[in-house]
Design a protein around this ligand. Structure first.
Ligand code: ADP
Length: 480
């Protein structure tokens, strides 16, 4: 599979459909498992970003006025090419991100689900007719907002992109993409497939280079009408500020610090299995990973011990090793943060039940870790973004709900109980954009994904996702 990935690796950016090669220079991209450089992308700046914006602007009128069924057909063709290349795309992603190959293939399918879903949404860009009290007839149209800037992170190099490009193209928007410098190759491969599927030239560019420079050029441009960003809250806040002078539409999918609550009446085996699924996806590096687990005191010890016993068995290794479930972290500083979080638990009187250290494999590998006790405060404020589950005991529903909500973030949340009343109560009172009840997996193209509070605004996927890329126009007909 590794070779299938390397076959799709292109060491160039794409400006207005034209490749700009790195020629051995530019930004090095490495395999997080080994630190070995797998290739380079060019280090582009303001001038190239401007060219990409110009191309997106020039392509916009025709694309936005094209038949939505034609755009749906394009999206389906693109999706078919992605399916054909699923193995290669998964391998490429595993190489640049480090996630296990099987998981990476799963991400390709998940990512492609957004394109397929939004192909359908293109066919459902339905407006309304309404009588006005003035005696007029009002027609509404849902029109493309304009050329978009899409800035994506490294943790889901395919899905974070298709989740934005799917609805953007469905609505008739054109786009300039700035992928994360750690994982640009998946974005470039996807863009090449989009052009193979018949995307008009200029409708998509992928610009690689210094994030701040490209970000500034994108946000300063009055031609860019919309920014969709997935990444850290700090950068999101700054980008929102940069978008204010040109009043762009903005979607922000930012950090989380997801609480996972287990009540004493829950199926503990299920809770353990689902906690593991939720937490160790992408080696703990997702914004919806449970960041703090609260367990009702009578079962806290039992849950934590079961969890630790299972977590201790999780195979860690290189993306292409057989059966691997947890890979390396994306970069060295990510390990420092997990170490800091483990140290904080210990300093506050908590215990490490399994893991707690860098992995014997060395490099960027960290042991899957479970701790019990200590103070949950740090875990309300900071995402660990690594393979560590801190478990804390609680005594009462109100207490745990207060703790769950005592965070500036509000993205995902999880709850395990057999009590339907309680699930309904907490599902309504929890301050989060998403709540999983008796499941650790909440992400699918058909569900609205997004946060509240400092986790951002806007929704991706679902019937709401396309709203981020359309403006509603009202045409009033005076019927005489
Ligand atoms: P992460 O911790 O996931 O790397 P970031 O918010 O730093 O989160 O990165 C998410 C995306 O935002 C990446 O594509 C990154 O290159 C980009 N980015 C980082 N800093 C800036 C910036 N100042 N302006 C625009 N984009 C940025």
């Amino acid at each position: 599979p590794r070779d299938a990935g390397l076959n799709l690796l292109r060491q160039h950016a794409l400006i207005a459909g034209e490749p700009i090669a790195a020629n051995g220079g530019g930004i090095a991209v490495d395999d997080p498992a080994t630190g070995a450089v797998i290739g380079h992308v060019p280090d582009l700046g303001e001038a190239e970003t401007r060219r990409a914006i110009q191309a997106a602007t020039e392509a916009f009128p025709a694309w936005s006025r094209s038949d939505p069924h034609a755009r749906a057909a394009f999206l389906r063709k693109w999706a078919a090419l992605i399916d054909e290349n699923a193995e290669g795309l998964g391998a490429l992603m595993a190489l640049e991100n480090g996630k296990p190959f099987e998981e990476a293939k799963g991400e390709v399918a998940y990512a492609n689900g957004f394109i397929k879903w939004f192909a359908g949404e293109a066919e459902r860009l339905i407006g309304e007719t309404q009588d006005s009290p003035l005696g007029h007839l009002i027609l509404t149209y849902r029109e493309a907002v304009g050329p978009c800037a899409l800035i994506t992170p490294w943790n889901f190099p395919a899905a974070m992109l298709t989740r934005k490009l799917g609805p953007a193209f469905a609505a008739g928007c054109t786009a300039v993409v700035k992928p994360a410098s750690q994982t640009p190759f998946t974005a470039i491969a996807l863009a090449e497939l989009a052009y193979q599927a018949g995307l008009p030239v200029g409708a998509l560019s992928v610009v690689t280079g210094d994030a701040a420079t490209i970000g500034k050029a994108l946000t300063d441009s009055p031609d860019i009408r919309k920014l969709s960003f997935t990444g850290s809250t700090g950068v999101g806040r700054m980008l929102a500020e940069q978008c204010a002078p040109t009043l762009k539409r903005v979607s922000m999918e930012l950090g989380g610090a997801a609480p996972l609550i287990v009540f004493a009446d829950a199926d503990l085996d299920l809770a353990v299995a689902e906690t593991i699924k939720g937490k160790f996806r992408n080696s703990g590096q997702t914004c919806v990973c449970p960041n703090r687990v609260y367990v009702e005191r009578p079962v806290a010890e039992a849950y934590a011990e079961k969890l630790a016993a299972e977590v201790a068995k999780i195979p860690v290794g290189n993306a292409f090793d057989d059966g691997v479930k947890v890979g390396p972290l994306i970069e060295e500083k990510a390990l420092d943060k997990v170490e800091k979080h483990v140290a904080a638990v210990k300093a506050d009187g908590g215990r490490v039940l399994t893991g707690g250290e860098r992995h014997a494999l060395g490099g960027r590998f960290f042991q899957p870790t479970v701790t019990l006790g200590g103070d949950d405060r740090l875990f309300r404020e900071e995402e660990t973004f690594g393979p560590m589950i801190p478990v804390f005991a609680f005594d009462a529903e109100d207490e745990v709900l207060d703790k769950a909500n005592a965070s500036e973030f509000g993205l995902a949340s999880y709850l395990f109980t057999r009590d339907l009343d309680r699930a309904m109560r907490i599902g309504r009172r929890i301050e989060a954009g998403m709540c999983g009840v008796n499941t650790g997996l909440i992400s699918t193209p058909v569900a609205p994904f997004g946060g509240v509070k400092q986790s951002g605004y806007g929704r991706e996927g679902s019937i709401h996702g396309i709203d981020e890329y359309v403006d509603v126009k009202a045409v009033t007909l005076a019927l005489r």
